[in-house]
Design a protein around this ligand. Structure first.
Ligand SMILES: [Zn+2]
Length: 432
């Protein structure tokens, strides 16, 4: 038996050597085990997938730490780690320097073990990317694309771009672990099918995973474009906040809802469709949904562009509105500010109802965020209850037009790297 002696200190219940490196519980024979972390109180599953999660999140990176955190026997931990290494999901880092004895070998998650493909499809433009298993984008492309061309045409185009992106990143189809698609309409998430999407003719009930099934051997997840955006913003910048609203102000207006860290989709995938909430005093405005006075018919990018065009400005899309605001056009500035106030009226109701910690405002029009946010804040704070706005943050999107692909990659990675998914994959390979 090797007895390790070192100068060690105990800090916040963990054992550290004097060099500041955390030691396994048996790292030093002189240290009592009292105070070192035991098995997790709610360790849950302790399969290879759970072990991978500990390594990925840096919670336990040596075999001894894993044994301590999970309560598993060291021989079982060794089996789990071997299985993960056989799947290239984990590798051993080089030995670390030590004051004596054999240093424990640190383990690391292998981001390079595969890729995920993601597409954020908007009404008129799209962004596609290939990411590694750590969520780092390896190649990315943005392009104009009319979603109204229909699923076959659009998905053929997406597939061609995916192949090109993989080639650019030096990867191939075999390494694709999952595919994530965001579309501008309600989605039945469990089936990956758009449901009555108003601006996507031909897509209603179309199985997007079914289309990809013949071309890729990987799970395909489909969600509303605002939901993936909300997930991207939450996981990247607001992970510590439990409740978040992410509003996309583009051609239309939608809202992604994060509840306790999870996307809330509603029974039919229509949760957060705030664009069709009625605004009083605008009964003369007819919305594309057939109702009158809808928020997006009053304050959406298309509506603003149409009104600017009617006033003699060159404006066709929401991006033209932003261009005019940036050029200092007083009418465009006034209209975006007023759109912010109108949006603020709806959000004030959402704040009272949902009490979010953060409202993120994104989408094309949000690029002109000073004007839009000023209007939103002004009305939201005036019309919401003080308790609900006491700690409320209303902020522009930090990810900008990359929020969708970032969120889509997050959605897929959380799915394919979930402990139960990893356990299933390992069992399947053993059975094969
Ligand atoms: Zn409407």
């Amino acid at each position: 038996m090797v007895v390790r002696l070192c100068s060690a200190v105990k800090q916040k219940g963990r054992v550290f050597c004097v060099a500041g490196r955390r030691l396994p519980s048996d790292g030093c024979a002189l240290l009592p085990r009292v105070g070192t972390p035991g098995p997790l109180p709610s360790a849950g599953p302790t399969g290879a997938g759970a072990v991978l999660r500990l390594i990925r999140e840096g919670d336990a990176v040596t075999r001894a730490e894993i044994a301590r955190r999970t309560g598993l026997a060291r021989s079982t931990v060794a089996q789990r780690v071997d299985a993960l290494m056989a799947h290239r999901l984990v590798y051993e880092l080089g030995g670390t320097t030590s004051t004596g004895g054999r240093p424990p070998t640190a383990l690391a998650f292998n981001h390079e073990a595969g890729t995920v493909l993601v597409a954020d499809l908007g009404a008129t433009h799209s962004r596609l990317a290939v990411s590694d298993l750590g969520g780092t984008m390896l190649a990315e492309v943005a392009s104009d694309l009319d979603i109204g061309l229909g699923p076959e045409h659009v998905l053929d185009w997406v597939h061609e771009r995916f192949v090109a992106l993989l080639r650019e990143a030096g990867r191939d189809l075999r390494g694709v672990h999952g595919i994530g698609i965001g579309v501008p309409g309600p989605v039945d998430f469990s089936r990956g099918e758009p449901v009555n999407p108003p601006i996507m003719p031909g897509w209603d009930g179309f199985s997007i995973p079914g289309w990809f099934a013949g071309r890729y051997d990987a799970p395909v997840l489909v969600d509303n474009d605002v939901n993936i955006m909300a997930l991207g913003e939450h996981r990247t910048h607001w992970r510590r906040r439990r409740h978040l609203l992410c509003v996309k102000v583009g051609t239309g207006i939608g809202c992604g809802i994060v509840v306790d860290g999870h996307i809330h989709r509603g029974e039919q995938g229509a949760a957060g469709d705030i664009g069709h909430i009625r605004i009083t005093g605008h009964d003369d405005v007819v919305c594309r949904c057939g109702n009158v006075g809808c928020l997006e018919a009053v304050a959406g990018g298309r509506a603003l562009a149409e009104r600017l065009a009617a006033a003699g400005r060159e404006a066709e899309h929401s991006r033209d509105v932003v261009r005019l605001v940036r050029a200092g056009d007083p009418l465009a500035i006034r209209m975006v500010r007023e759109a912010g106030r109108t949006l603020g009226e709806v959000l004030a109701g959402c704040v009272n109802f949902f009490n979010p910690a953060v409202i993120v405002i994104g989408g094309d029009i949000a690029v002109a965020h000073e004007q839009l946010l000023a209007g939103v804040r002004e009305v939201t704070f005036r019309r919401s209850l003080p308790l609900a706005t006491r700690d409320l943050r209303t902020v522009p999107s930090r990810l900008g037009d990359r929020a969708g692909v970032t969120g889509a990659a997050t959605m897929v990675l959380e799915h394919v790297l979930a402990p139960e998914a990893i356990d299933r994959a390992i069992r399947a390979s053993v059975a094969a």
